[in-house]
Ligand binder design. Sequence first.
Ligand code: SF4
Length: 341
Amino acid sequence: MDSANREPLLQVKDLSIDFHTAEGVVHAVNHLSFDLYPGETLGIVGESGSGKSVSSLAVMRLIPDPPGKIVSGQILFHGKDLLKYSEKEMLKIRGNLISMIFQEPMTSLNPILTCGSQIAESLMLHKGMKKKEAMKAAEQLMRDVGIANAEKRVNEYPHQMSGGMKQRVMIAMALACEPEILFCDEPTTALDVTIQAQILDLIKKLNKERNTSIIMITHDFGVVSEICERVLVMYTGRIFEEAPSQKIFKMPKHPYTAGLIDSIPQISDVREALSTIEGTVPNPTEKLEGCSFWPRCSRAMDICKKEDPSVKIIEEGRRVRCWLYEGSAEDTINPDEESVE
Ligand code: SF4
């Protein structure tokens, strides 16, 4: 999607988030900056501990403080900083203008309320509907997300639904107030492949028909290829690469991105085993000199072990944090924003 001449709907600027743990301070997100445009589908990809889910919780203002602390940055929604909003003001935004669906619907659905009444609750709170009207709207929303016999299922409890159906209920809840931004945090990981494809199709349809901006948070580049126009790759709380999806699949620039893409199973695969990225994400409480990926990188050079590379814009809409591109870059991101502590 062409972002020229359009105002971003969401701008995350220089966001840093720490967690104070018994083992020490974890810098979960380090000077993160990105934009999201109206109607856009953006993927945030990374392994567990990359900071992708923490960043989305920060936009929703759901970071538990303590132990978490937003130590710097701005989160501009329609140009206004959500970090300056009171909790009362955030209640009008969260679940209304910005919604989220999680990986495991059972942790988000209330087991003692019917699915219909949980969807209706949001409509009564944010849209001022009366119970009867809200239940009717909930039934229609359940139909919209592909739940058959919605008139009957609206009165069923979460335990009466399959995993795929519960995820559809979660999506119906998230969409009840027609949010402008929908965060999807690994929404299909717990589902089997067929249901996963159906849920991704549904999210795609919502994006097209309602122009809802989607932020898909995932460890799986296969999901990104299905749904996202643009991708941010995160590692140890930093952006490693940003690019349009088509370009990143054709030619990943960052060694970490290349490793993630290489580990996607292909239909034409003749490999006996899938490629994996060797090693593990570094212990977040231990300070590692240089590029945080060097212990796992087959292309690491001496400088990588001593100094952290800055983020370079290597072409329009594409930025990379890697010493391999230091010489070839046209420009750097604001060094203050992207410098590493
Ligand atoms: Fe690998 Fe060095 Fe690039 Fe880090 S900076 S990804 S270690 S080549």
